[in-house]
Write a protein that binds this ligand. Structure first.
Ligand code: ZN
Length: 343
């Protein structure tokens, strides 16, 4: 997720707290299809969801979103979010967790929803808290268990964040990041990296520990030189709405500096809303704005770029229909054990 903090959801919106804390106990499908957090609001912010963009001709996937976080003035359900996305050619999403609760939610929701695959992790800004409580190792063990479940296709978001976490939290961040890299490799999953103000250290860690075969920089925030380093290592760059911002010349230079076979696109919704709606609630259905801005900058056809990025997306995560959805109340850890064989 981006730098915007979130708060626990209004208790009234969480229908069954037990169902989001115990992966084996889900009995109410509705409990995994409604957001469980709410974005912290700042005074004066425009909370209206932007209008639907013109639909894409060639569909794409949102490589990184947080549908567990409610935002805006409409109280959109996850089903409505996915319906709006489909209606403009955003065919599916990777739903990303950042702590145990949201990682469980992501795995459960993806197991029951054909348009959703999941990524699970302890976010680098959450790792120090688990570490201080003495529960980081247990949390990492559960992330590894969640990573083995059906339709969990990535470990993330993990990485380093020196912007929000001070020097005291860094050893926990490094330990957590390295463990996530190992979990991704062990399960044969893609890695989604959160890198904020820690470019050199993230790259150094990946090279030292050995990056998973499919490594993605979520919301890429480096310059052209860093983009070339990523490309030299075969790492993917996922661009968010930040690439549409007026002051993001460095990101657009990075976009132009790498082979198109390494490009991905994401919303990081509800954060980082693309121009011209910056500041308003973001959602997967707004992804066409970012894709079109990328095509403009690359002076290429939107449909050609969409086809390339969709192909890249399926190479990184597999197809959205590769594993069938399972009714949440029939999913048990035992059902997921077949994934261990593939990894
Ligand atoms: Zn994110």
């Amino acid at each position: 997720m981006a730098d915007n903090p979130v708060t626990a959801a209004d208790p009234a919106s969480v229908t069954d707290p037990a169902s989001v804390t115990d992966p084996a106990s889900v009995t109410d499908p509705a409990s995994v299809t409604d957001p469980v957090r709410r974005r912290e609001q700042t005074a004066g912010r425009d909370l209206r969801y932007p209008p639907l963009p013109e639909p894409l001709v060639v569909p794409i996937y949102d490589n990184h979103t947080h549908l567990e976080i409610a935002d805006g003035d409409e109280g959109l359900s996850v089903a409505e979010q996915l319906h709006r996305a489909s209606s403009v050619g955003v065919r599916g999403v990777i739903q990303v967790g950042g702590d145990l609760e949201t990682s469980r939610w992501s795995a459960q929701a993806a197991a029951a929803e054909p348009r959703m695959l999941a990524a699970v992790a302890i976010h680098p800004n959450e790792a120090p808290g688990y570490d201080a409580a003495g529960t980081l190792d247990d949390a990492l063990a559960e992330i590894s268990a969640l990573a083995a479940r059906p339709r969990v296709v990535a470990v993330g978001e993990t990485g380093l964040d020196f912007f929000r976490t001070g020097p005291d939290g860094r050893s926990a961040q490094f330990r957590s990041f390295e463990a996530h890299i190992e979990i991704a490799k062990q399960h044969g999953l893609a890695l989604q990296i959160h890198d904020r103000d820690a470019h050199a250290e993230v790259i150094e860690t990946l090279l030292r520990v050995g990056a998973p075969e499919r490594t993605v920089f979520h919301c890429f925030s480096g310059d052209a030189e860093m983009a070339r380093i990523c490309a030299d290592n075969g790492w993917y760059l996922s661009f968010s709405g930040t690439v549409t911002f007026k002051n993001s010349d460095n990101l657009r230079a990075a976009l132009a500096a790498v082979p198109r076979r390494l490009l991905l696109v994401e919303t990081d919704a509800p954060f980082l809303t693309p121009a011209p709606f910056r500041g308003r609630p973001n959602a997967p259905y707004l992804l066409p704005h970012t894709l079109r801005a990328m095509a403009d900058h690359l002076e290429t056809d939107v449909s050609m770029l969409a086809a390339q990025i969709t192909s890249n997306t399926e190479l990184v995560y597999g197809r959205w229909d590769a594993e069938p959805v399972t009714a949440p109340d029939t999913l048990s850890p035992a059902d997921a054990s077949h994934r261990g064989g593939i990894a």
